[in-house]
Design a protein around this ligand. Structure first.
Ligand code: ADP
Ligand code: MG
Length: 297
């Protein structure tokens, strides 16, 4: 495209809250055959909330205590799930100081966290984390499946190496997501979702917004491989993400699109930035990119 049409296109995009880092980005986005979206914080609001608490064994009589121990173990975590668990454990106006102090905190990206609280070892995370620890999910497996099929992220809790309970965490889809995905599909773009979350949870969310292709249970370092998988046969892939984990995928994609409300790393790595969190910015930007290219022919 000519410098003038690129300037005009970029200016129009900025009015819609879409910032293109370069002329190449403005030209490239319209050529994307696949738009891959991150789930948490991109398709969904990224403001998870604990909606179910399940306790087993002796913890059935001490559900509140189990939730407090779990929240205490999560205080040093930067994961959005950690904040949701804290909020669920704390009373109105209570700060995290109300929780017991945790020591020996360790985060295992893509799996969960562990810490010692009140002399007990607390492990919190995905099913694959429990499996990694050699724990059998037992009666909780079916309950976790049922939660996941309703779009909840199941979070398991173990105390001193014994499974103690399960949380269901809900993260509602963003207002504009359904319409954005429909428009992308009408534009002839395939939409895929990439997430570290449980497969059943991811599929439930994908079904809610009309996405057919789902790459789930992807480890943080695997997101760029997932983008590469979508690039098979030379297809041009745009990746839309918001998180720290998303930087390698944003870099690997033919065009990286960051949600402007996301983390700095994501915004710095991206070719295109959506100033509002609204996913409808993506089909709008694609339409604009295509119009800019047409103008110069
Ligand atoms: P995503 O951002 O795509 O949801 P992550 O790689 O951050 O994926 O996490 C994948 C899964 O690992 C989460 O869905 C959750 O089950 C588990 N997990 C990661 N961090 C934590 C944490 N701090 N507390 C509980 N579970 C966690
Ligand atoms: Mg995310």
């Amino acid at each position: 495209a000519t410098p003038v049409s690129i300037m005009v296109g970029s200016g129009r995009a900025a009015q819609m809250g879409v910032l293109f880092r370069s002329g190449a980005a403005l030209e490239g986005l319209g050529a994307a055959q696949v738009v891959a979206v991150d789930k948490t914080g991109t398709v969904t609001q990224g403001r998870p909330e604990v909606t179910e608490v399940v306790a087993i064994g002796r913890w059935q009589q001490a559900k509140a205590e189990l939730l407090q121990l779990t929240a205490a173990a999560e205080t040093s975590s930067e994961h959005p799930l950690a904040r949701a668990i804290e909020r669920a454990a704390l009373g109105k106006g209570e700060s995290v100081n109300a929780l017991s102090p945790a020591s020996n905190f360790q985060a295992i990206p893509g799996y969960g966290v562990q810490a010692n609280v009140n002399g007990q070892r607390i492990e919190v995370g995905a099913a694959r984390y429990m499996t990694k620890l050699g724990l059998d999910l037992g009666e909780l497996e079916a309950q976790a499946d049922a939660l996941a099929r309703r779009g909840r992220t199941p979070v398991f809790i173990a105390v001193d190496g014994q499974l103690a309970g399960l949380l269901g965490v809900a993260d509602p889809v963003r207002g504009g997501s359904v319409q954005a995905i429909q428009t992308l599909q009408h534009q002839g773009t395939e939409v895929a979702m990439i997430t570290g979350d449980t497969r059943a949870t991811a599929q439930a969310v994908a079904a809610e917004v009309g996405i057919e292709r789902v790459l789930a249970e992807v480890l943080p370092e695997g997101k760029s491989d997932a983008v590469q998988e979508l690039q098979a046969g030379g297809r041009k892939v745009a990746f839309v993400g918001d998180g720290i984990n998303d930087a390698p995928a944003l870099a690997r994609a033919d065009v990286g699109v960051a949600i402007g409300t996301g983390t700095d790393v994501a915004v710095e790595t991206a070719d295109v930035i959506l100033m509002s969190g609204d996913l409808r910015g993506v089909p709008n930007a694609i339409a604009l990119s295509r119009a800019t290219l047409r103008n110069i022919r």
